[in-house]
Design a protein around this ligand. Structure first.
Ligand SMILES: C[S@@+](CC[C@H](N)C(=O)[O-])C[C@H]1O[C@@H](n2cnc3c(N)ncnc32)[C@H](O)[C@@H]1O
Length: 231
């Protein structure tokens, strides 16, 4: 298990905003990869999708997993405090509202994992335990790119190929480093290889902003070479 990586609990509302999803028109089969303790899967199922979450920490019992999330909250807050000029609460309204969303998402995740353990699958990129095309849409929040100091360029190539194997559309947010939101040197090369492999690579603007100026979601479409904006 990759223990350097924080385990966080973003809410359905945050996911809908930064993945540019219509909450009332979700695809039928969605996978949340590196889902951590996010509340997305619970709410997406309530909204009629068959959503599944995958994360290496699902090997842990609820208590140990909750402990990892609590440690992540402390560490995450320290990172925000250290880079406070690089964050904005405009989308959230306030720091307290962000904390409330995270706490509610954690509670929702824990209850849903207890009631529907089959929705929470233990697994890690770059090899996921699903057949080709098991899903219509794969989401990956706050793992690829933002942890580029932990996972190298070759790992990102392999992880992206794996995501495009299990779903024809993949959305990734963000694609800047955590903390100060620095650009990642290898992103243009990775995107270029995806284009040359024939995949659609779109950088789509969203209404979400927490790291200042980190607002775009990366939308990949298997085999549909096109680009709306280049990096
Ligand atoms: C910062 S958290 C994001 C959690 C959730 N997506 C959210 O936005 O709140 C990163 C997650 O990636 C998971 N992770 C670490 N290494 C992974 C890997 N190789 N494959 C998939 N997930 C991994 C961690 O366990 C952690 O839950």
């Amino acid at each position: 298990m990759q223990s350097d990586v924080m385990v966080t609990s973003r809410s359905f509302d945050e996911y809908a905003a930064f993945f540019a999803l219509d909450p009332n028109a979700l695809p039928p089969r969605i996978i949340d990869v590196s889902a951590g303790a996010a509340g997305f899967t619970a709410e997406a199922n309530r909204r009629g999708s068959r959503a599944v979450a995958v994360d290496p920490t699902y090997a842990l019992e609820a208590e140990a997993l909750t402990e990892r999330v609590r440690a992540g909250i402390t560490r995450g807050q320290g990172m925000i405090d250290d880079n406070h000029v690089r964050y904005t609460y405009a989308w959230y309204g306030s720091a307290e509202q962000r904390t409330r969303l995270r706490a509610a998402a954690l509670a929702d995740f824990l209850a849903d994992r207890q009631d529907h353990p089959e929705r929470y699958v233990t697994g890690a990129l770059p090899r996921l335990p699903f057949d080709d095309d098991s899903f219509d849409l794969a989401l990956c929040s706050h793992l690829l790119f933002t942890w580029a100091d932990v996972f190298d360029e070759a790992w990102h190539d392999a992880a992206l190929a794996e995501l495009l194997r299990i779903a024809p559309e993949v959305r990734i947010f963000p694609f800047a480093l955590r903390g100060a939101g620095d650009a990642i040197e290898f992103v243009p090369r990775v995107l270029d290889r995806l284009r040359r492999a024939g995949h659609g690579v779109e950088v789509r603007a969203t209404a979400y902003e927490f790291q200042v100026d980190v607002k775009d979601v990366l939308v990949l479409t298997r085999g549909a070479a096109q680009s709306s904006k280049s990096r």
